[in-house]
Design a protein around this ligand. Sequence first.
Ligand SMILES: [Zn+2]
Length: 99
Amino acid sequence: MLHFTCDLCGQQVGDQRFVARLEVYPAYDPELITEEDLDADHLQEIAEIVEQMELTGESPLDDCGTKKFRFDLCPSCQKRFVKDPLAKHSFNRMNFSEN
Ligand SMILES: [Zn+2]
């Protein structure tokens, strides 16, 4: 049997497990792609990038590509997460500490 730990608090999660999925990707307007973008020079560029990826095993496009996150949450962290998915409260606390 698989055991899950909560990605927020690190506690073992029992039967009541929640999964949060997050996807971050560049928003672009398809109409902004011009014929210029599709010409042969760019194909050459892409071919070089692909070639480099094969050599290094790394993608130079990773930084602007789609990022997918998946978190396992315990019930109490699920409640906190849905109230503040981006953890803005804790982010603010870090930056504007009143100590
Ligand atoms: Zn938790």
